[in-house]
Design a protein around this ligand. Structure first.
Ligand SMILES: Nc1ncnc2c1ncn2[C@@H]1O[C@H](COP(=O)(O)OP(=O)(O)OP(=O)(O)O)[C@@H](O)[C@H]1O
Ligand SMILES: [Mg+2]
Length: 609
């Protein structure tokens, strides 16, 4: 093959290549144009889209505008008014700085830009047809800038082909505008598609604007966070654990007003929810991080979506502690699922009114002294059955200091003479009265969480108490399991479990934690090894500890189907108040559901009122 000489590429081609990096689809054009409008100090930005952006993208702003003499430069490559000296690149405070976006967009479309500054009487416009820049012409127009893009990708067939249907492309545009709008509550945004209004975000308060990130049902249950150290300020909203989703759809992270994707920050948010959400879920959060522009490099990715922090460990720590502290100090109990179905609909209004009155009386009078009139429905209680007399909840370990407040005489009315006024239903659920209504507790899930938290606290003081076996109990194990065991030996010792090799392919349990005395040590260790070789190998020490504690807590906790005595119920509920994260079990499932009197009343008034 004959060699061609090296040639300098034409400007038009260079711009088209550059456009390939930044302008992926219509939404990327919208991003660049809206960012320019924000940088120009606009207070109202209107985005008009036709046919998913393939036909037209028009962005109208009321910002500062461009003086006529500079109009040709707006479309020129590497031309910007956002960097005034070389050092500015290292302290970026505007959305744009590369001076490339308009040149790139103009090189792959037919563009028209009209602008008027506040101190000129007339607007001027200039066109760019695939890199051919026209000369400025006087035009009629208000102060501000309007830019119109048609025939996007007309000269880059591969890109054009990759565009999806109008509704998909418009979906990306809408999401992009939302993303850009969240940190700019002082700016109003409007989007129309084919002449119809699609998004309308009027000027509002920062917190109200952030709420636009989530579906309505998340909004009421939000937690506002805020923390700062000497240089970094973190603020925003996080959602209750129940709003965590299998994808990061409801997560938005911003750095100095710029939307970013960052694995560190995402990890920090997930860590903060550890044990509160099911594994693999992404909590809902909108986080704004503000820091000195010099401490972060935003010039690492063409679309600026990735940034590089000078001290990413510090950001990670701050994000995690800001969220975690908020979660630990908040009531995370999810609301019970609203009642639905035939039985509610079929209740006649009169009956419903009766039930409402009965319920109201029930809640008013049934506080600590028992109920005046018996409730119409009597569930089967297991409070005084002989089987329930033995105490299955382990009160003595691992933290013996927990107050128990065990009543001495059996209650006269089922469950309502104790401090916590609770009853057990189906040997599985506890229903307890609260100030604003009632909670329904999954006894196993709550006990598991209680044990887990108490074990964790107890571990801080040293290894758990353990019982040495008179005769070591042996079990067989694979080579892989034995290797895994060696790796977690130290952790096991802290937990009071001592297992050592005992001949080829055999292990011996030498000591076992006292509080697990009801379990068979060999069965427990075998399960630990089996789970371990599948799940624990790639984990960090802290994660392995979490898994092991969880396994112990799960085994030691009361099960669904276990009848509980009033004293046991009382003890469990008292401990619920003393621990962190009591709203969810260590797997992240809820332990408790909340049903307020308000909810009940709403439900009973559903029809006919
Ligand atoms: N809506 C607008 N209002 C006022 N000036 C604008 C507007 N859009 C563009 N400009 C001017 O045109 C210049 C070029 O815009 P362009 O988007 O190409 O580059 P940039 O924003 O400086 O950097 P980047 O390539 O990172 O976006 C800007 O620096 C700005 O001076
Ligand atoms: Mg720009």
């Amino acid at each position: 093959m004959s060699r061609r000489p090296i040639q300098q590429l034409s400007t038009a081609l260079v711009n088209r290549i550059a456009a390939g990096e930044v302008i992926e689809r219509p939404a990327s054009v919208v991003k660049e144009l809206v960012e320019n409008a924000i940088d120009a100090g606009a207070t109202q930005i209107l985005i008009e889209i036709e046919d998913g952006g393939r036909e037209l993208i028009r962005v109208i702003d009321d910002g500062g505008g461009i003086p006529p003499a500079e109009l040709p430069l707006a479309f020129a490559e590497h031309a910007t008014n956002k960097l005034s000296c070389d050092d500015d690149l290292f302290r970026i405070s505007t959305m744009g700085f590369r001076g490339e976006a308009l040149a790139s967009i103009g090189s792959v479309s037919h563009a028209r830009l009209q602008s008027r500054t506040k101190d000129t009487d007339s607007a001027y416009e200039i066109s760019n047809r695939g890199g051919e820049i026209g000369t400025p012409q006087a035009a009629a127009g208000n102060p501000g800038t309007t830019i119109e893009i048609r025939n996007l990708f007309y000269n880059t067939p591969a890109r054009r082909k990759f565009m999806k249907g109008a509704s998909t492309e418009f979906g990306h545009i809408n999401e992009m505008v939302l993303r850009l709008a969240l940190p700019h509550a002082q700016v109003g945004f409007k989007v129309t598609h084919n002449g119809r209004s699609a998004l309308d975000l009027p000027v509002t308060t920062p917190e109200q604007r952030l709420l636009e990130a989530w579906p309505k049902e998340f909004r009421e249950a939000r937690l506002a966070i805020g923390t700062r150290d000497a240089e970094i300020h973190i603020s925003g909203l996080v959602g209750l654990p129940e709003f965590a989703r299998p994808t990061g759809r409801y997560q938005y992270f911003y750095l100095n007003g710029r939307h970013i994707k960052d694995k560190f920050i995402q990890h920090a948010a997930r860590e903060a929810y550890r044990g509160l959400t099911e594994p693999g879920r992404y909590p809902a959060c909108v986080l704004m991080i503000e820091m000195p522009p010099g401490d972060v490099d935003v010039n690492v990715h063409p679309t600026k979506i990735e940034v590089r922090f000078r001290d990413s460990g510090r950001i990670h720590g701050l994000v995690m502690s800001a969220i975690r502290e908020k979660l630990l100090s908040s009531d995370l109990t999810p609301a019970a699922i609203p009642m639905r179905g035939d039985n509610i609909e079929s209740i006649q209004p009169a009956n419903r009114e009766d039930m409402r009155a009965t319920l109201a009386a029930f809640f008013k009078e049934g506080s600590t002294e028992g109920i005046a009139a018996p409730p119409p429905y009597q569930p089967t209680f297991q409070l005084n059955s002989p089987a329930a007399q033995t105490q299955r909840i382990d009160f003595s370990t691992p933290t013996a200091s927990v107050p128990m407040n065990v009543p001495t005489s059996p209650p006269s009315a089922p469950g309502f003479s104790t401090k916590h006024a609770a009853i057990q239903l189906h040997n599985s659920y506890l229903v307890a009265q609260t100030e604003e209504g009632m909670v329904i507790i999954d006894q196993h899930a709550l006990h598991e969480r209680v044990m887990y938290e108490e074990l964790r606290t107890r571990l801080m003081r040293g290894p758990l108490e353990s019982q040495r076996m008179l005769i070591p109990q042996t079990l067989s194990a694979s080579l892989r399991q034995i290797a895994m065991l060696e790796q977690i030996q130290g952790l096991l010792q802290r937990l009071g479990i001592e297992v050592s090799p005992f001949g080829p392919g055999t292990l011996a349990v030498q000591a076992f934690p006292t509080f697990l005395e009801k379990l068979d040590p060999v069965t427990f260790v075998r399960e630990l090894l089996e789970r371990g070789e599948q799940e624990l190998l790639d984990l960090h020490e802290e994660e392995i500890l979490h898994e092991l504690l969880d396994m112990m807590a799960c085994k030691a906790a009361v099960k669904a189907g276990d009848p509980l005595t009033p004293a046991e119920i009382e003890a469990l509920l008292s401990r619920r108040e003393l621990i962190d994260r009591s709203s969810n079990c260590p797997h992240g499932r809820p332990t408790t559901l909340r049903l307020t009197l308000n909810d009940l009343e709403k439900q009973f008034k559903r029809t006919g009122f």
